[in-house]
Design a protein around this ligand. Structure first.
Ligand code: AMP
Length: 108
């Protein structure tokens, strides 16, 4: 298994979980861009949001974002899904970034 997020989801690479459900995990980003920087990751390998065909899984991921943010104590946060290399995606396993804990300002 070469996908790093598949390996984390399978427990092959240790990464403390903020949240885990049968469908997803939420972990802390290894290189945080804000005081709180979570990643919400489906257990199933899906390359990006553009290739997500399961609307039910999409809904579960959004619910996971809300719950992970709540557990991290974030009342306000930014949600990002880099989709494709030119958008900054570097890990080609769908994930949502949840950023908060400081004022984030406007998107540049
Ligand atoms: P993206 O550039 O949108 O594909 O985001 C990938 C994110 O995964 C980056 O913010 C990385 O810091 C993060 N990342 C890569 N490897 C790990 C890891 N082992 N544990 C936690 N976060 C990771």
């Amino acid at each position: 298994m070469s996908c790093i997020f598949c390996r984390i989801a399978a427990g092959e690479i240790p990464s403390p979980r903020v949240l885990e459900t049968p469908d997803l995990i939420a972990i802390r980003d290894i290189a945080p861009q804000a005081p709180a920087h979570l990643l919400v990751i489906p257990r199933r390998h899906v390359e990006s949001l553009a290739s997500l065909e399961d609307a039910s899984l999409g809904g579960k991921l959004l619910e996971g974002v809300r719950e992970a943010a709540r557990l991290a104590g974030l009342a306000e946060y930014r949600l990002i899904a880099n989709t494709g290399a030119s958008a900054g995606q570097t890990v080609f396993h769908l994930h949502f970034h949840v950023l908060g804990g400081r004022p984030l300002g406007a998107l540049g």
